[in-house]
Design a protein around this ligand. Structure first.
Ligand code: BYC
Length: 310
């Protein structure tokens, strides 16, 4: 590969990355950097929006009015996160239409976790505690990603996710303090959501297709495995504090490493779900397509308004 000359845009870009300067929408950037960011940010946006569905399933069945209001606000926050992220992707030249099209045609992924069903109210606690908990670990790291609009979106998203994580944990605390049936519900939800939550961090570093380049470009700041370890280390004591058992017989504190050792993820299951064959993949996408179709009149009205103003 030809070396970038000292004055070349590539050289200036490399220096800015090296100096921890943010890259902004109008700055020169390599095509691969732009493409990789559009891929990651749009998939992140799709995850936020598709992620509204499993929780939305419990809006009409929340146990109290207060719980319902909290859940409604949380789900609306997730929709808002999707909007910040689509906007960040749009600053890179990708239109919202193309991004949604890529989701609908299966060309763009979204987090595998949202293809699992929410069977009981305890699942709402488990999602807030574990899924938002895992998302925060990942997103705190992304606050220092090299692309300015993505980094800034993460700051606000992390503040909101922090509230989401606490509301989920509080649901689990209440259930764990409850009667035997309620405790069993909490344990069952933890049993079902634990491993899919660990999968949120993606494949092992050695198997991760994008990590090496994304780390060089400082799009990713910590590796999939390092972030997963951080999540395990912070979550195990939270489970212990409320008397719940993490469903992993290999989980043990390793004093020499200063971290928990834990069992292996079922990568066959991960691959199955990511490739579209999880329990709810079809349902999630069909629902999104239907909602998109139902919203056509809103887009038409906005287009007509914009034309009138022009
Ligand atoms: N699920 O090379 P890798 C939320 C894909 S939502 C599905 O390691 P990368 C919330 C990966 O895309 C917040 N696919 O990729 C909302 C790639 O496929 P492509 C969700 C996965 O990008 C509502 C391939 O596998 N957070 O908080 O370097 C309610 C190879 O992987 C998954 C984000 O989206 C997966 N788990 O690293 C409640 C975080 N893992 O694109 C809560 C932003 C991997 O080549 N994203 N893949 O076809 C990231 O940080 C990174 O994209 C990842 C993967 C760490 C996920």
């Amino acid at each position: 590969m030809a070396e970038a000359s000292l004055e070349s845009p590539q050289h200036r870009f490399d220096n800015r990355i090296e100096a921890e300067e943010k890259i902004e929408p109008k700055d020169w950037m390599p095509d691969g950097y732009r493409k990789n960011l559009i891929r990651q940010i749009s998939q992140h946006a799709h995850s936020e929006v598709i992620g509204m569905q499993p929780e939305g399933n419990w809006l009409t069945r929340a146990p109290t009015l207060k719980r319902k209001c909290i859940l409604l606000a949380k789900i609306q926050d997730e929709g808002g996160h999707g909007l910040y992220l689509y906007s960040a992707a749009e600053t890179l030249g990708a239109s919202r239409e193309e991004l949604v099209e890529a989701l609908h045609t299966g060309h763009a992924k979204y987090a595998s976790i949202f293809n699992y069903p929410t069977l009981t109210w305890a699942d709402i606690g488990a999602i807030g505690w574990l899924v938002d908990g895992a998302a925060i670990v990942n997103q705190i790291s992304l606050q220092s990603t090299s692309y300015g609009p993505y980094a800034r979106a993460m700051v606000r998203i992390c503040k909101e996710e922090s509230f989401h994580q606490r509301q989920g944990y509080e649901i689990m605390v209440k259930l764990a303090e409850g009667n035997a049936t309620q405790r069993a519900m909490a344990q069952d939800a933890l049993d079902r959501w634990w491993w899919p939550s660990l999968m949120m961090f993606g494949p092992h570093d050695a198997e991760s297709a994008h990590s090496a380049q994304s780390m060089r470009w400082k799009i990713k700041r910590q590796s999939n495995d390092d972030l997963r370890q951080k999540f395990v280390d912070q979550t195990v004591p939270q489970a212990e504090a409320i008397g719940l058992r993490i469903p992993d017989t290999k989980l043990v504190w390793n004093a020499a490493r200063g971290h928990y050792d834990f069992g292996e993820i079922d990568w066959n299951e991960f691959n199955r779900v990511v490739s579209g064959n999880g329990l709810c993949n079809r349902q999630r996408l069909d629902h999104h397509k239907q909602a998109h179709e139902d919203g056509e009149w809103v887009r038409d009205a906005l287009r007509a308004y914009a034309e009138k103003q022009a």
